[in-house]
Design a protein around this ligand. Structure first.
Ligand SMILES: Cc1ncc(COP(=O)(O)O)c(C=O)c1O
Length: 443
């Protein structure tokens, strides 16, 4: 007899969660925070070619010289294949860690390769940092809004996320101080502040240099570690590289970096630079997760940094993204109805758009996809259901022409919603939800 759940269902009873997953009672408590995005199915539709996706955060890889990379790769396999295809050190290859220090020196960071841990993308570094610091119920501070992949990681370790307001100059120190004081009054000290100071995902803003000092001072005073996530730092459009927060406070900042945006995300090479004692624990956590990061992709990145004009390639990316940012900002100004406001990024991939009061960007998304334009609703970037009047628009992947067309379609959807609102009153948010697993399109 077959005893598996679904096969034994009486035909007149709707399936329960248990019928659908017979392992339901076995999962650890922490899986409660791991839920798939409600909008994942919509994004499957949104990836059809007729839809202009302003949702995904995918780097524009056609800007890479694939032929010369293929030649370099082939040479690498024949000359270094024995090491590149072998297991390696849990911390990453010595050569790549040295090179990473040179990359970070562009942001004023003086670091020793011993303090760098190579990870499978900076996402893994974020996971490792949370794993070594957070017990269930611990508080983590983050910007409001914040990177969806960070919120899902914090949720998967059952951390409580307290989000702190930003403005056009990034995280607001006064608000951070108020949050720290309020938590202190409850006898709680956050484990760390997670911040994306440069070309923020999703907000598109950059933390003013003077504020960085204030934020570091407040965190040091309250004995809160700072986790500085900086995948976009070299992708500024005005020739400016901001000083890393890690450069001013090496003992209290864990810096996370990545080659995903400056080279290619498919390689999954990122890193953490941590104070020496923290690095010890990070390596142990990383070892238990992967034994060692892939030697192969580390060799690829090392060779790329050593033999390719990688800074020239970063310039090419900057130029592509600057042109697309300009196209998006001009189209927003030309087409969006009154009452919309948006940020003006000076680098990175994203614009953060606020729509007129009464509209709900998540409720509006199915209609937008029907009208062949996609975006990420703002609620994805908050742990507490805020963000229903916001959305993230990405300008990194579609061409300028597609961006303009996408904004035109979005404007028509907004006009339609406003018309409905005038006729029937405000469109209230249907649901309030917390962070959910990002689909590739929300990352
Ligand atoms: C702010 C931020 N941090 C981390 C990541 C993850 O990057 P990686 O590809 O290095 O894992 C992303 C990716 O979009 C990001 O936007």
């Amino acid at each position: 007899m077959n005893t598996r759940g679904n096969d034994n269902l009486p035909s007149n009873r709707p399936p329960t969660q248990r019928d659908l997953d017979p392992h339901l009672r076995r999962y650890a408590q922490r899986t409660v925070g791991m839920t798939a995005s409600e909008i994942r199915a919509l994004f499957a539709v949104a990836s059809r070619p007729e839809v202009v996706s302003l949702a995904g955060g995918m780097p524009y890889l056609p800007a890479l010289p694939l032929d010369s990379l293929a030649d370099e790769l082939a040479q690498m396999v024949s000359s270094e294949g024995m090491a590149a295809l072998q297991y390696g050190s849990a911390q990453g290859t010595a050569q790549l860690r040295e090179q990473i220090c040179e990359v970070m020196a562009l942001e004023g960071v003086r670091a020793h390769a011993d303090d760098v841990t190579v990870t499978v993308g900076s996402q893994m570094a974020l996971d490792m940092v949370t794993r070594i610091f957070c017990d269930p119920g611990d508080v983590v501070l983050a910007e409001a809004p914040s990177y969806v992949g960070a919120l899902t990681t914090f949720a998967s370790y059952q951390a409580q996320v307290v989000q702190v307001a930003m403005d056009d100059d990034g995280l607001v120190p006064g608000k951070l101080e108020a949050a720290l004081d309020a938590l202190a009054a409850q006898g709680r000290t956050p484990k760390f502040l997670y911040t994306i100071p440069n070309f923020h995902n999703p907000a598109g803003v950059t933390m003013a240099v003077q504020r960085r000092g204030e934020v570091l001072r407040l965190c040091a005073e309250h004995r809160v570690l700072v986790v500085e996530d900086n995948p976009y730092g070299l992708l500024g459009f005005e020739g400016k590289i901001y000083p890393a927060m890690r450069a001013s406070d090496p003992d209290n900042v864990v810096y996370l970096g990545s080659f995903s945006k400056t080279f290619a995300p498919g390689l999954r090479v990122g890193w953490a630079l941590a104070p020496h004692a923290v690095r010890e624990k990070l390596v142990l956590a990383a070892e238990s997760a992967t034994l060692c990061p892939p030697a192969f992709t580390q060799f690829v990145v090392s060779r790329y940094l050593a033999q390719h004009d990688w800074k020239g390639q970063v310039k090419i990316y900057q130029e592509v993204y600057r042109e697309r940012r300009d196209a998006m900002l001009a189209a927003l100004a030309q087409h969006l109805p009154p009452g919309c406001t948006w940020t003006h990024p000076t680098g990175g991939f994203y614009v953060w758009l606020t729509v007129p009061e009464g509209l709900d960007t998540k409720a509006m998304l199915p209609r937008a996809v029907t009208e062949r334009v996609a975006y990420v609703p703002g609620t994805a970037f908050y742990a507490d259901g805020l963000g229903s009047r916001q959305m993230r628009l990405s300008f990194c992947y579609p061409t300028s022409e597609r961006i303009v067309e996408g904004v035109r379609r979005l404007a028509a959807v907004l006009e339609g919603e406003l018309e409905l609102q005038r006729t029937f009153g405000s469109v209230r948010p249907r649901t309030v939800f917390g962070p959910q697993s990002p689909s590739p399109d929300t990352a």
